[in-house]
Design a protein around this ligand. Structure first.
Ligand SMILES: [Zn+2]
Length: 400
């Protein structure tokens, strides 16, 4: 199988997942619809650096024709104070570091335009966002708050938009969804043309966190690609974008890269070798550690079931949906997990794809009285613990 990033021909599977929902973040308003939501297989493969590959991890069984993003797709994370603060700090540091004042900013996959609006407000910049799943009713607030400075186009960014030039191009949580990242990055490079000062900023999930810290709930069908710092740098340099820096942020879970068009220095890939070898060792141990972690959770569930106690999950994003599908199973009567909490009101009353648990507001925990609250993201531990206290819910908190 050829690597979708570097074209190397020697990539091989190291983990198979037979049945996961195709879309974790789609809003499903009926339990039947949720249980029969489309599922598919993941075959995680690795482009081995030791045999000349770029170190990319990718789903070799991915079928792009299964992905149909619509307005019913919901992945906004800004309802969380923790995430909001992260995005705010990130926008400030980008504006400072790249002197983004009175500049033209493009964001690819901008969602409802919240981050773009932040970048524009902080430096009186003008912004142009692209997002095919853009729902104008949701972005009205962002656009109205920055009159005249923000525009959002409900299309994929491509050669047709080459006349929109930019000083700064941001793209967060998009690249991991794209089956041919090489073509996507080269097309951005071509679109930038001679504007060699343009800075390109990308943020993706950090696959090194997934394989080192066992963040196994981040392996989802929506993500075709799993980048580590060196494999991301390789993808950019292969496209003629020189990496200026990479950072791991958000408790290590995200990876950012800043790059600029130019000629990549000779020996650039060789400079990544040491880290690539270390990561290869982690990938080789991953499948065994993955199974150990799943076995632990099956044990926790059995304990709850035997003692007729309830558990709830907190966080109905991709991680929570994956936990239910891979570890907990369908919301049958004897499943201790019947509900999943989320603070995003758009999700309340909806059901989890594949397993059918209902998504409820935190206040519902007063009625449900769970013995255990499993939180999906350690970054939210303090935020959730304080919400549980204010709800008067006395439950054991576990991190998935
Ligand atoms: Zn590769």
């Amino acid at each position: 199988m050829a690597c979708p990033s570097c074209g190397h021909l020697d990539a091989g599977e190291f983990l198979g997942m037979p049945r996961v929902p195709v879309l974790c973040n789609v809003l499903l308003h009926a339990r039947d619809e949720a249980i029969s939501a489309p599922t598919a297989e993941i075959s995680l493969s690795f482009c081995r650096p030791s045999s000349g590959g770029c170190g990319l991890v990718f789903n070799d069984a991915f079928k792009p024709e299964l992905m149909r993003y619509t307005g019913q797709y919901e992945n906004a994370l800004h309802f969380s104070a923790t995430f909001q603060k992260y995005a705010d700090d990130l926008a400030r540091s980008l504006v400072e570091r790249h002197s983004l004042r009175g500049r033209r900013i493009i964001e690819l996959g901008c969602g409802d335009g919240q981050f773009l609006a932040m970048l524009c407000r902080l430096g009186s910049n003008s912004g142009l966002g692209f997002d095919p799943a853009h729902d104008p009713s949701r972005s009205r607030e962002q656009v109205d708050a920055s009159p005249g400075s923000i525009d959002i186009i409900s299309e994929y960014y491509g050669p047709a938009h080459a006349h929109h030039t930019a000083d700064f191009i941001a793209c967060r949580h998009v690249l991991e969804h794209i089956p041919r990242p090489d073509e996507f990055l080269r097309s951005i490079r071509r679109t930038i043309g001679d504007q060699r000062d343009t800075v390109v900023f990308f943020e993706v999930p950090n696959a090194l966190w997934t394989i080192e810290q066992m963040g196994i709930w981040d392996i989802i069908y929506e993500h075709v690609l799993y980048f580590t710092p060196p494999s991301l740098s390789r993808a950019f340099s292969n496209a003629g974008l020189i990496p200026l820096r990479t950072d791991t942020v958000y408790s290590g879970q995200f990876l950012t890269i800043e790059a600029r068009p130019g000629d990549v220095p000779a020996g650039f890939a060789a400079g990544l070798d040491h880290e690539q070898r270390r990561i290869e060792g982690l990938v080789d141990r991953f499948s065994e550690r993955y199974r150990e972690k799943l076995t632990q959770w099956v044990g926790v569930l059995d304990n709850l079931r035997r003692s007729s106690r309830r558990g709830v999950l907190w966080g109905a994003g991709s991680k929570g949906v994956t936990f239910l599908n891979v570890a907990a199973g369908p919301a049958d009567q004897d499943n201790p997990f019947q509900h999943i909490v989320d603070i995003n009101p758009r999700k309340h009353g909806c059901f989890v794809a594949g397993t059918g648990q209902q998504i409820v507001a935190p206040e519902a925990l007063r009625e449900i009285r769970p013995a255990v609250v499993v939180i999906m993201n350690p970054a939210y531990r303090d935020e959730i613990a304080s919400q549980l206290r204010s709800l008067g819910v006395d439950a054991e908190v576990m991190v998935a």
